[in-house]
Design a protein. Sequence first.
Length: 122
Amino acid sequence: MRRILLTNTTLILFGSGLSACASGAGDYAPSRGISDDKILLRAQQENRIVLTFDKDFGELAVLGGKPHAGIIRLVDILPRQQGAVCLQVISLHTEELQKGAIVTATTFRIRIRASSGPDGNP
C-alpha cells in the first residue's frame, strides 16, 4: 500500500479520523513547518501520496508543473468520515495515484485528474 505525506493542514486535524487512513495506508509522515513546494518535492522523493485539504497542491502540480507522486484532496468531509473516505480513495484508485493522479474527494463524489507524464505532471 502507498505511503502518505500529511500536509500542514491535515496534520492539524490528524486526530479526526485521518489516522485510520494513514495507518491503513501503511506509513505516514508529517510535513510540519515546510513549504508546499518542499512538501511536493519530499513526497515525490519518498514516493508518498500528498494528503491535503488545500487546493494549492493541485495548482502547484498542474499550473506550476511541479512533479509529485499523487495527491488526494479532501473537500467538505466531516472529520469523522475523512479516514474512511481516504481509505476508499486509496483502495479504489491506487493505480491512478501510482501514476501521479490528483484525486479530489467530497462526501458524494470523487474526481480524478489523471497524469499524462511519468513524473506526476498532467
